[in-house]
Design a protein around this ligand. Structure first.
Ligand code: UDP
Ligand code: GLC
Length: 382
């Protein structure tokens, strides 16, 4: 099977990390084309996955763009479609991993007469996308895709509710290699000391800094927690949310949290920092399509509190494998942090249950097998 993967981003987001895992088994017979240069290209090169950057300037259509703004970027799309179609002749299948990749991949699949698979990592709802963008994605997927892979049931449901054809869809969760997250517990106190976090109850937040990821909710919740409770924010603004980053820094000062919050920026490896956390929280204020960080925290054997919406509802059974709290509810989040702070044994038991379940449900080997089977079927039926 020869696969041409398309992704619009040069940045390393969750959809791109998922693509690394999907493409790796095909690395002798695949190419990933990116529509923007950046650290993602370097990561793929390190992993020895063939990559080619088709444009140095990213296509300027955002999730909330109107139809007119979309039409305005046709000048960039047309040469890109021609390039992708030309490359696609050498491949059996086009695999679009993002929305702009779908737009270009759809037309290219028509020109090159290759089947198209769309991996949907987003919830196509008004909270995340403009009406024009939702319609475009659904129309193109319905008309051109042979298969739409949804990263969760929540994502699948939103696609169908937006008019997507149900029979096209398959839910495939992200897969993870548990070995990467298997942390030697004895490392933690040393690292904690090294980071100046000894004798602190460390709450970790691992996400790009973006308003909908809700880091501000955690800052507010901290003011309702005992002084020993300290937060580490791991991640950076990936898609131009500089203003939000400034607001977060300002909020830390305004709330008197300067000694209780540390910003770590983007880290290539999250597991060593997850290891120093007593608790990991997820605070998205819009439904999370899947939520890799939730599973990663579970695999690291750390208790997790997540915002109860979207994919998170499929990952955590509240009170058994973590805690779910109402999105944007600061008091509820503070209460959940307090439960873990006051009941370390309970938190440990829950984290162990979650780790066991995460290894069973999200093992990369099983997901790889399922993907290979699905892609083979698409090619055989074409
Ligand atoms: N991540 C990372 N370094 C960081 C912060 C986050 O590698 O400093 C990773 C994180 O471990 C996760 C991914 O970025 O695998 C984010 O994926 P998720 O599904 O949680 O959210 P997304 O940003 O894709 O919406
Ligand atoms: C997207 C979603 C995230 C998901 C990731 C991988 O970036 O925002 O929730 O975990 O894709 O599928």
């Amino acid at each position: 099977m020869k696969i041409l993967f398309l992704d619009q981003s040069g940045q390393i987001g969750g959809a791109e990390l998922c693509l690394v895992d999907i493409a790796r088994p095909f690395r002798d017979n695949c190419l990933i084309c990116l529509f923007a240069d950046g650290p993602f290209r370097k990561l793929l090169e390190e992993k020895k996955i063939p990559v080619r950057v088709l444009a140095n300037r990213s296509i300027r259509v955002r999730k909330q763009s109107s139809l007119m703004q979309g039409i305005g970027s046709i000048g960039v799309f047309t040469p890109m479609v021609a390039k992708v179609a030309e490359i696609a002749w050498e491949y059996d299948l086009i695999y679009a991993n993002t929305q702009k990749a779908l737009v270009i991949g759809a037309i290219a699949s028509l020109v090159a007469r290759r089947p198209l698979v769309y991996h949907l990592h987003d919830i196509l709802s008004a909270e995340h996308f403009s009406t024009a963008n939702r319609r475009l994605a659904v129309t193109l997927a319905n008309r051109f895709a042979s298969l739409v892979i949804a990263n969760s049931k929540a994502t699948q449901t939103a696609f169908i509710e937006a008019g997507g054809r149900p029979e096209l869809t398959e839910v495939v969760h992200n897969g993870f290699d548990p070995a990467i997250y298997h942390i030697q517990i004895q490392n933690s106190p040393q690292t904690k000391q090294h980071l100046g976090l000894e004798r602190r109850f460390v709450v970790g937040h691992f996400s790009r800094l973006s308003p909908w990821k809700g880091q501000h909710i955690l800052l507010e919740a901290l003011t309702h927690c005992p002084d020993e409770v300290t937060a580490i924010l791991v991640g950076d603004a990936l898609f131009g949310e500089k203003q939000y980053v400034e607001q977060l820094h300002q909020k830390v000062v305004e709330l008197g949290l300067s000694k209780r919050v540390q910003f770590f920026g983007f880290r290539g490896e999250v597991a060593p920092l997850m290891a120093v956390c007593d608790l990991i929280v997820h605070t998205s204020i819009a439904p999370e399509p899947f939520g890799r960080v939730i599973v990663e925290a579970m695999l690291c054997g750390r208790p997790v509190v997540a915002a109860a919406a979207g994919g998170a509802l499929e990952l955590i059974e509240s009170g058994k494998t973590g805690w779910l709290v109402e999105p944007e509810n600061i008091e509820e989040l503070a209460d959940a942090i307090a439960i873990c702070y006051h009941n370390p044994m309970l938190a440990k038991n829950i984290a162990q249950q979650a780790q066991k379940q995460a290894i069973e449900r999200f093992h990369l080997a099983a997901i790889e097998q399922k993907m290979t089977q699905l892609l083979r079927q698409v090619i055989d039926f074409h």
